[in-house]
Each structure stands twice: as structure tokens, then as C-alpha cells.
Unconditional design. Sequence first.
Length: 193
Amino acid sequence: MSTPVIAIVYHSGYGHTKVVAEAVLSGIQDVAGVEGKLVSVDEVDAHWEALDGTEAIIFGAPIYMGNLSAGFATFAEKSSKRWMEMKWKDKLAAGFVNSGSQNGDKLQGLHAMFNLSQQHGMVWVGLGLHPGNNNSNGSVEDLNRLGSFGGAFAQSNVDQGPDATPPASDKRTAAHLGRRVAETTLRWVRGKA
Ligand SMILES: Cc1cc2nc3c(=O)[nH]c(=O)nc-3n(C[C@H](O)[C@H](O)[C@H](O)COP(=O)(O)O)c2cc1C
């Protein structure tokens, strides 16, 4: 059997969400027996058939004006050609979002990704972590410091470049999502054999 591929399809206007996507990839790469692949929405037209051949697709986007960036939304609309034939049905799906504010309407964007996955008949994988930084012993260094359940959240200070923000804890949380999707993919593929 060929190695199952997990694609991370992401948009990043200014590089911060790309850093998060790379952290998700590093988590996938921690798991033996799967292959991770980064696909920028700017180059997605060269990758549609490769995406059709994956076992899982992880969506990633920044929040612009309270929702997924237009760059990601364009990819979502273009994916309607796959929807026509339900080409992505029964693939695993997951998501991560990044914004300038601690909240910043990230959940709105994550839910839009969930809706996209369900239109395609995909199977959503959540984060699977308790919230961090929510008690008197907590800190911004905690895994899942922004307290998400359905996917990975990241927050990037708006006055810093992607070399400095988002913080390491958000990158660790993103890597956790990558590992979780990779481990779930192995179970999913075994179940289909
Ligand atoms: C057009 C635009 C709209 C934005 N809207 C929001 C927003 O609604 N909420 C928020 O928290 N941050 C918002 N931001 C900040 C971005 O989410 C933040 O800078 C993010 O790190 C950008 O990621 P990127 O570098 O991958 O594009 C906005 C940024 C831009 C450029």
C-alpha cells in the first residue's frame, strides 16, 4: 500500500499563517508512515489531482474582517468542482486559523472550514486537547492557550513579523493537530483495508 498523504491547504497573505502551516507539517512528520504536503492556495491549481489522491486535507487560513480570508474563500469556491463528483468524500478534514486578536472571530472561520468539509462529505477531526491558560497556574506557554476544541487556534501580534509571532505555544498546538490527524489517518487507512 502506498504511503497515505495528508495535505495542508493554506492561505497566508503576510506569512504568519504559513508559519502555523509549517508547524502542522512538523507534527505530521513526527508520525511514521504518513507523508505531509504543504499546498498554498496561490498554487492550488497545479495540485487539484494531487489533493484528490490524499487521505486527509487540513485547511488553514488567517482571519480577515471577521471570517476566512478571501484567498482561502476563493479556494473553497474553486473546490466546488471536486464537490460535483464528491471526490473528497470520506477523506479526513481538520482546520487551523490565525488572527491578530486573541479572539478575532477565529471560531467563525473554523466553523466555515467545518462547513466546507461537510459539504464535501469529509470526516472532521478536532483538536482533542483540554484548554490551556484557563486557571491560576496557567500561562501563555500552555498548549492550546487560546482554548479551542474544533481545531488549532493561533494569534499573531499585528506589529511583528512571522519570525517573531505567533508564539511557540501556538506552534506546538498546531503541531499537535498535525500529529493527531496523522495518527487518525493511520487508523482510518487500516480500517479501510
Ligand atoms: C484585511 C485584514 C483583515 C483582518 N481582520 C482581522 C480580524 O477580523 N480579526 C483579527 O483578529 N485580525 C484580523 N487581521 C489580522 C490578521 O488576522 C493577522 O495579521 C494574521 O496574522 C495575518 O496572517 P497572514 O500573515 O498569514 O496573512 C486582519 C488583517 C488583514 C490584513
